[in-house]
Write a protein that binds this ligand. Structure first.
Ligand code: UFG
Length: 381
């Protein structure tokens, strides 16, 4: 079967974005719409607010009835809804974000996490292949590397056991997607391993909107800055890092979103090395050269900046962005945290033609604009 991306311009390509109302999903939808792609968002709104669609239209200038953007409110576990979606829209490729993502909650509710993330993806893949759609970009995570043997982490670094069910679902789904290609080489799979996405669209109209008290550093810092929380707890200052606090590779969510657009181009054979370029030890699989010029195989890419920043670096960058001091206190280490991780970004640069453009200060400026304009997120908007 000819690949559905074959020879198509963005205007003729329809992208199903599962979880497209969420943080990374919504920013990716904006980038896709701005490049002319047709977008169908499928999202059950379990961790998102439909106001995001008004904001996406505001940013992109789309009228409410413009068919370039469609929304289906459904879970990836809802086979009938997926059947209808694939029958209604001429979907060419899937960008699959939908999934539960709270590390701590996943320890409390493992069955919910495995069911939603793993079983949901199985339903999605099954319905997709029945409709001849075999192109998928998957939202994976640097969590699949577990405790790194060394940094920067290349895509060839071994995967280690994740310390929580959320991370396990990402690792399992990478394997499931890889095996899916091995069993049927018409599939095109891209696994994008995100480092720590933060920031917001520079319009200040969309951004991260966690429910309840944030688990992640940036939304926590931002809520301290707007006065909703008293002070940041710094989880450990005795790590073997320059200032003793944990080091991560924070990446602007808009850069990350553009990485997905680059992945679509790579799949369609538009950029990167002609052979799919597997590096030694990398779990990527180069498929046979497809006669139609599109790629077959499994491409694995880190999406990060390549720079590590400590918790204290982040607090200071946010202070510069918001012009006020951010109180913090050092607390014990958080269970399951690693000292340091950051990405090797050469493969994404060489093969996807993608690299992060924004630095930590810009991430904090954009994050602050979003948070200060929308202190309660989308609630009450
Ligand atoms: N931290 C604090 N205080 C907080 C929250 C976090 O000091 O209130 C510290 C952490 O100890 C860590 C750093 O800030 O050193 C970043 O923590 P986050 O919770 O923001 O992010 P993680 O690196 O722990 O986790 C993120 C994603 C996960 C993903 C993981 C992959 O949230 O989904 O990266 O590496 F699995």
């Amino acid at each position: 079967m000819a690949n559905r991306l074959l020879g198509k311009q963005a205007q003729d390509t329809t992208v199903l974005v599962t979880g497209g109302a969420g943080f990374i999903g919504s920013h990716t939808v904006v980038e896709l719409l701005q490049r002319g792609y047709n977008v169908v968002v499928l999202d059950d709104l379990s961790n998102a607010n439909p106001v995001v669609f008004d904001r996406i239209r505001q940013i992109t200038g789309l009228a409410a009835d413009d068919p370039q953007l469609a929304f289906v409110e459904a879970s990836i576990l809802d086979r009938a809804a997926l059947e209808r979606t694939f029958s209604t829209f001429p979907i060419d490729v899937i960008i699959h974000f939908a999934g539960f993502k709270a590390v701590g909650e996943s320890v409390e509710k493992p069955l919910e996490y495995y069911w939603n993330n793993v079983a949901g993806t199985l339903v999605l893949l099954d319905v997709a292949r029945q409709h001849g759609v075999k192109n998928i970009v998957f939202s994976s995570s640097a969590t699949v590397y577990g405790e790194p043997d060394s940094v920067p982490l290349t895509e060839a670094a071994p995967k280690h056991n994740a310390t929580n069910p959320y991370g396990q679902t990402k690792s399992m789904l990478e394997q499931i997607l890889t095996d899916t290609y091995i069993g049927d080489d018409e599939w095109n799979v891209v696994l994008l391993r995100y480092f720590n996405p933060i920031g917001a669209h520079d319009s200040g109209l969309i951004g991260e909107d966690p429910k309840g008290i944030p688990n992640n550093l940036l939304p926590y810092v931002a809520q301290v800055a707007v006065g909703k929380l008293e002070r940041v707890g710094v989880f450990g200052d005795d790590y073997p890092t320059p200032d003793g606090t944990g080091v991560r590779d924070y990446v602007h969510v808009v850069d990350l979103a553009r990485g997905h657009v680059a992945a679509l181009g790579w799949m369609a054979g538009a950029s990167g090395t002609p052979d799919g370029g597997v590096v030694a030890g990398d779990a990527s699989i180069s498929g046979p050269a497809a006669a139609d010029g599109t790629r077959r195989g499994v491409g694995i890419f880190n999406l990060g900046t390549g720079n590590g920043s400590s918790v204290i670096d982040v607090i200071h960058a946010f202070e510069r962005a918001c012009g006020q001091s951010i109180p913090y206190e050092v607390k014990p280490r958080r269970a399951g945290d690693i000292a340091e991780n950051y990405a090797a970004v050469d493969k994404a640069r060489e093969q996807l033609g993608w690299q992060a453009a924004y630095d930590l200060d810009r991430m904090c400026e954009d994050g602050w604009r979003w948070q200060s304009n929308n202190p309660n997120g989308f609630e009450g908007a």
